[in-house]
Design a protein around this ligand. Sequence first.
Ligand code: SF4
Ligand code: SF4
Length: 294
Amino acid sequence: MQTTTADLVDEARRQAEICNACRYCEGYCAVFPDLHANRVFTSGDLTQLANLCHNCRGCYYACQYTAPHEFDLNLPRALADLRQASWEDFAWPQPLARRFHRDGVALSLAVLLGFAALFLAIGALPGEGDGFYAQISHGAMVAIFLPAFLFPLLSLAISMRRYWAATGGGGLSRAAFRRAFGDAVRMKNLAGGHGEGCNFEAEDRFSQARRRAHQAVMWGFLLCFASTASGTLLHYLFNQPAPYPLWSLPKLLGLPGGVLMVLGCFWLASLKRRADPELGARAVRGGEMGFLLL
Ligand code: SF4
Ligand code: SF4
């Protein structure tokens, strides 16, 4: 029988109620203070708890109620399953989200091959201009990358709006929003409740590896974005079209950005390969690996 989102909500609620009575993991992460603030858990509350959890697995290795105990606690997996279901429910366009979770690696390879074929086809057309634009015309670049920039923004805005409505985000104060934004930028929760790191790939040994790998991807992405933005400004405001020399802003920002992103993604993939799959959402492992590959 297929597991539905309602089944996942029921299982997360059962485990959250046991944790609420136990309270041993009080200072482990941002999930527990929020969990302990409730007596009754709506599905919106549980969705928010699931998305606060970053699957560090600290609570599993500390828990005295895991199997073979009859409570059979596995909070990291219960929240991971519900988190993945919530992404499928709220992400827009929804059919693509479901497909990506199930067949992520195959879809990533298909996208990669599709882009390679597209660039080959465009490269075979006569260019219009010098240097870089002799290979791909400026018009073709804009036609590919403008939608590739705008579509994710639209998708994120619609998906976040749905999530916000389902989890009652409207009640958030400005101060709480600022604090949450600051925590997210610093990836504070990935440092564990006491700053010693998480147990993701190293069982009960604490490690900062996952936080560092995520930071490499985030800063790499921001540097690449700054590189593209600086190239756009040079092109349109200062009439300096590509190609740019090594000692120029687009390259000084873009080179380290690209290296950081690639290293960070390979690091995350290798951590995921070492981690116990039973403590995460098994059904979407392909999608997670596909996302890293992309
Ligand atoms: S995970 Fe286990 S030890 Fe931690 S609060 Fe829940 S029941 Fe208690
Ligand atoms: S897996 Fe980590 S982040 Fe998730 S609830 Fe347990 S301690 Fe918190």
